[in-house]
Design a binder for this molecule. Structure first.
Ligand SMILES: Cc1cc2nc3c(=O)[nH]c(=O)nc-3n(C[C@H](O)[C@H](O)[C@H](O)COP(=O)(O)O)c2cc1C
Length: 188
C-alpha cells in the first residue's frame, strides 16, 4: 500500500511538513510505502484552461505535474497539506489543485466523471496561526470535500484544520491534531 503526501507550504520544514510527517510515520508503522513531495521543489505552471485534458485524456503541459499525476493515480491514500494564507490555501497549492482538473472528464448530460481509481482514500490537513482557525476557516474543509469527494470521487475523504500554530511543537500539541490521528490510523 502506498501513501503520498503533498506539502503546499513554501517551507519544507514548517508546521505543515511536521503534520504530514507525523501522519506518514503512522502509516509507515502500519506497513505503507510513504513519500512526501514538497510542491516548492517542483517546477509546474498554472492551468492554462485549454481543456486539452478533456479531449486528450491527460494534461498536455509538459512539466513536473506529469509525474505527479502518475503518483496520485497510483497511491492508495493521498494526503494534501497546506497552510492557510489570507483565509485560503497557499498560491502554489491552489495552482496544484487547479491542475487536478485534468483528472475530470465530461459526463454526458453535464458535470464530470473522475479518471482516478475509485478505491482511493484521502485526507486534507490545513494549518493556520489563528487559535480559532478550525472554526473561522471551516469553509475550507467544505471546499476540499467538494473537490476531493464531489469532483474527484474519493468517497473516503476527511479534512481538518490545525489551528494556533506559532511554535513547531504546537502542531503535535494541537487538540484537533490529537483528535484526528486515531481516526486516521483506523482508516488505514
Ligand atoms: C502570507 C501569510 C498569510 C497567512 N495568513 C493566515 C491567515 O489568513 N489565517 C491564519 O490563521 N494564519 C495565517 N498565516 C499563518 C500560517 O497559516 C501559519 O503560520 C502556518 O503554520 C504556516 O505553515 P508552514 O509552517 O507549514 O509554512 C499566514 C502566514 C503567512 C506567511
Amino acid at each position: 500500500m502506498k501513501m503520498l503526501a503533498i506539502n503546499g507550504s513554501p517551507r519544507s520544514n514548517g508546521h505543515t511538513a511536521r503534520a504530514l510527517d507525523t501522519f506518514l510515520a503512522e502509516a509507515e508503522a502500519k506497513g505503507y510505502d510513504v513519500e512526501r513531495i514538497d510542491l516548492v521543489d517542483l517546477n509546474f505552471s498554472d492551468c492554462k484552461g485549454c481543456r486539452s485534458c478533456k479531449t486528450e485524456g491527460s494534461c498536455i503541459i509538459d512539466d513536473d505535474m506529469s509525474s505527479l499525476y502518475d503518483k496520485i493515480a497510483d497511491t492508495d491514500h493521498l494526503i494534501l497539506g497546506s497552510p492557510i494564507y489570507m483565509g485560503s490555501e497557499t498560491g502554489i497549492f491552489n495552482c496544484f489543485i487547479d491542475r487536478l482538473y485534468a483528472f475530470l472528464q465530461y459526463k454526458e448530460g453535464g458535470g464530470f466523471n473522475s479518471r482516478l481509481p475509485a478505491d482511493k482514500s484521502a485526507t486534507a490537513i490545513l494549518v493556520c496561526g489563528s487559535p480559532d482557525g478550525h472554526i473561522i476557516y471551516h469553509y475550507l474543509t467544505n471546499r476540499f470535500t467538494s473537490i476531493l469527494k464531489g469532483l474527484l470521487g474519493i468517497e473516503d475523504f476527511s479534512a481538518f484544520i490545525i489551528p494556533g500554530t506559532n511554535r513547531l511543537d504546537d502542531v503535535r500539541e494541537s487538540v484537533t491534531f490529537k483528535q484526528n490521528i486515531p481516526a486516521f490510523i483506523e482508516r488505514l
